[in-house]
Design a protein around this ligand. Structure first.
Ligand code: SF4
Length: 221
């Protein structure tokens, strides 16, 4: 991809985000613990469901030491109803490991983050970018769908070489600074959640429709 194509994509996307982004509690903080909780809760779970759980969980466990010292049963109780309970078990393990081995500091480097329990490539990028404003790429289902449709409709977005290609594209379109990357990553996820949705993308309202390789595919016939 040419630097110019990437720059045009970013400009249109960022402008749209500034106007249309949702005000979500985890966008108002850079606290790595809070970002981590939100990212784990948001895996496989809708934003509207996470909002309540997130606030209640943080009331009970306001910081990493509070979570690390909790009994496992209390953590599971606070997670009850959210599903995918391995997330809660891993989170608790992570809190204890970071408290014991890392003086309570959640790392900022995606490679180090990935050594922690339950942290995959996406979550590592999300914590690095959203908590520490590092220049880190991330690809979740929403981002994969957007990049696949705009730049690589021939790449299978779910796994294997297709997904690897989308990670490379995610790197190619990153802004230069970590601060701008924060907004960029939020924006691309928001576009996937609100406009370039899985079943019925709203191409008519999409800021990157010019230059999207799939726009004709979704045009009304
Ligand atoms: S133009 Fe349509 S398919 Fe392309 S990114 Fe926008 S919503 Fe998705």
């Amino acid at each position: 991809m040419s630097p110019q194509t990437a720059a045009v994509f970013r400009r249109r996307l960022h402008r749209w985000y500034r106007r249309h982004c949702r005000d979500l509690p985890w966008r108002r903080t850079r606290d790595p613990y809070r970002i981590l909780i939100s990212e784990l809760m948001l895996q496989q779970t809708q934003v509207s469901r996470v909002l309540d759980f997130y606030a209640r969980f943080l009331d009970r466990f306001p910081d990493l030491p509070a979570l690390a010292s909790a009994r496992p049963a209390r953590v599971m109780e606070a997670w009850a109803g959210l599903g995918y309970y391995a997330r809660a078990r891993n989170l608790h393990k992570l809190a204890r490991e970071v408290t014991t081995d890392r003086a309570g500091v959640i790392p900022h480097d995606p490679v180090e983050l990935r050594t922690l329990p339950g942290i995959g490539a996406y979550t590592a990028g999300a914590v690095a970018s959203f908590a520490y404003e590092k220049r880190a790429a991330l690809v979740d289902t929403n981002v994969a769908r957007v990049l696949h449709r705009v730049f690589a409709p021939d790449a299978a977005p779910k796994s294997g070489p297709g997904l690897k290609r989308l990670w490379r594209i995610a790197e190619d379109v990153l802004p230069r600074t970590g601060k701008a990357t924060w907004l960029h990553n939020q924006a691309i996820m928001e576009l996937g959640a609100l406009v370039c949705t899985a079943r019925s993308p709203k191409c008519g309202q999409c800021p990157v429709r010019q230059g999207c390789a799939s726009v004709d595919h979704f045009a009304p016939r």
